[in-house]
Design a protein around this ligand. Sequence first.
Ligand SMILES: NC(=O)c1ccc[n+]([C@@H]2O[C@H](COP(=O)([O-])OP(=O)(O)OC[C@H]3O[C@@H](n4cnc5c(N)ncnc54)[C@H](OP(=O)(O)O)[C@@H]3O)[C@@H](O)[C@H]2O)c1
Length: 408
Amino acid sequence: MKKQRNKKQTAANNATRVDGLEKDTQTNAPIPEDRIRQRAYEVSQARGGAPGCELDDWLQAERELKEEMARAHPADGPADLKTRLLGTQGLRVSVLGLGCMGMSDFYGPGDEGEAIATIHRAIELGLTLLDTADMYGMGRNEELVGKAIKGRRDQVLIATKFGVVRDSTGKIVAIEGSPAYVRAACEASLKRLGTDTIDLYYQHRVDRRRPIEETVEAMAGLVREGKVRFLGLSEAGPDTLRRAHAVHPISALQTEYSLWTRDPEATVLPAARALGIGFIAYSPLGRGFLTGRIRQPDDLAPDDWRRQTPRFQEGNFQRNLRLVAEIERLAGEKGCTAAQLALAWVLAQGEDVVPIPGTKRRSYLEENVGAIEVTLTPEDLARIDRVLPPGAAAGCRYNEDQMQALNR
Ligand SMILES: NC(=O)c1ccc[n+]([C@@H]2O[C@H](COP(=O)([O-])OP(=O)(O)OC[C@H]3O[C@@H](n4cnc5c(N)ncnc54)[C@H](OP(=O)(O)O)[C@@H]3O)[C@@H](O)[C@H]2O)c1
């Protein structure tokens, strides 16, 4: 399996950096003429030739420079990742984003050093979209992201969210979308992130006590003031999307979407498409379950939030392992890992869909980037539909209370 994973990682490692120029060693990108001229002059000098250089010197110089490029720091340069457009307002992001939530909350203990190294590695690999929210770690995740992007702000797009209010113990106590709250939440996020502008600002959950128009009008005010560039909603239903979009263009809808959560296909994804709104697929690895690396509940830390969710509970857990076995079988045939197959499937759902797999470690990040190289044929997709149809997972994706807050 490790060998297969490495195979797909080469995509992430192909790029090299030479004298500040990014080159892809496999595309034979041309080397600037003045660099060849300088090297040809040196070659000519070395062989004691006359001033000025001959064709052979030029060819030797070009060859030497190409070989040097191929050798130089193969894993150091940014890969030229593909991009996708979210919405019709000009928000272009890397085809895969990085979910930062687990670095500070919900999924067991974190390691700040490795988390920051993971964000830096993501930037090196060309992932431009970092996903966080004010409620992740009750502000700590935004602070972590802010620390990681210091000096690199122009290389990333920051997406964050407001609206889920927690008390000092972490318990969720309200969903809040009042204009005053929107403004205060934005100011607090800007401060924690150490930036003047949030690239994509989402309402995390729709506040069912007030009209969506009121909240989106307040969000639009932040765009007018330059504090926010693009607007998004998370887990909003089709009607809310339409009403929100009529107040101010919504560039992205963020909703759970993966091989075990295909619910958006029924109404939400078609509604977003009809409005020209991009789709951010969160938890595209089924919160880690679809990777096959969680084999029993005790693989999760005692305080891991997933233990309380229906799909990870005794009975459902074992039934859902059967889905993982199918994914592993397909992945084996494609020469990739289960995680890569799960991400490749999300990527194959349309040019308007961008998955944001979450991880707190570089090794998983690199593996996940390799998914971009996995191509699923129409036959592969049809087979996946047969073995993992919508509704195949055992158990709901959230507990009952949390389900109440979705698709409003
Ligand atoms: N809008 C919302 O309501 C909402 C809700 C949930 C999440 N999100 C966002 O979406 C992002 C992604 O979702 P998620 O983190 O919930 O779930 P996910 O991306 O489906 O899975 C994350 C889990 O998978 C593990 N993982 C990642 N790559 C792996 C690999 N190659 N092999 C094995 N395990 C791997 C991670 O482990 P490690 O942590 O050990 O690296 C983590 O436990 C979050 O970070 C967050 O930004 C949004």
